[in-house]
Design a protein around this ligand. Sequence first.
Ligand code: OKP
Ligand code: ZN
Length: 344
Amino acid sequence: MKTIFSPRQQEHQGQFEFYNGAVVEGYENTSRATFILSRIEEVGLGPVLAPRPQSLETAERIHTTAYVDFLASAWRLWREAGRMGTALPYAWPARGRYKDVAPDSIDALLGLYSIDASTGFVDGTWEAVNASHDSALTAADLIIEGEQACFALCRPPGHHAGTDFNGGYCFLNNAAIAAQRLLDAGASRVTILDIDYHHGNGTQEIFYERGDVQVISLHADPRNDYPFFAGYADERGSGNGEGYNLNIPLPDGTDWTQWERALEFALAGIRQFGPDVVIISLGVDTFEGDPISRFRLSHSHFPLIGARMAGLATKTLFVLEGGYAVEDVGVNVVGVLSGYEEAT
Ligand code: OKP
Ligand code: ZN
């Protein structure tokens, strides 16, 4: 299987976030990609290719132009305000937004276009976000050109980013943009199956009223964990999208037996929908050793996940999302991909 990745994605580095009352270095760090790349080489998964440069046209069919412009200019505005460190918001319009304002202040913009204070900008953030997006689109193009499966090694990740907001370390929704590319190239239906520990609230929001993209997510019950305000089982889509959004929230401590049962339910939903391509939002923060999560999958389970995906016998695009036990992320991500390859 081919992997798409650009070293420019590593320019997003050294950002800080808040965690348990302290300022800590971001969990979403460069070593995640480094460990994945070295494991790909170790097992001989296949070549790692640079993405082709892509325009932002497809991204602007998923996100608003104003939001994309904000992402591209946030760091410059932060620096022009005389700031250093990590650009993070401290004020949000949230519920009861009084006015639809177009603020000039970088502090207001950061709040307007975000859902949390985990998603900081540093000097190379936009370059990395843009390159991560290029990787997702290039992988989608390879599927269009005939590959059965491909891996977009996307960091920063994407599934918490919505139409006009960032969050959860995500800026552009790589999987959603890839889905749009596949549809534009002639696919009738695409499924995004999100197996990251956290609910893919951005992906859900983007496609909530659409029937051409089925969105299924297995995740920690939002009563217990981020993103808290979306991911409940009664969120089923609306309008043309009614019935095409499926959430499977799972309790703290979920193990392989429970998780696999949920996966089987998801796979039945995919078979019923009959997509031309399945995009897997591939987070491995379901691993028992993950520092910010509370599920209990172990190393041996990840290849089994890949084998289940192969059982769908549908073109499959793997897009990286989370996974923060850095020394295990390579083994677990590549475990899924090799499991897929061996079962195909
Ligand atoms: C991103 B992905 C507070 C704790 C972390 C954000 C979790 C984001 C997860 N800084 N909260 O889905 O793996
Ligand atoms: Zn996650």
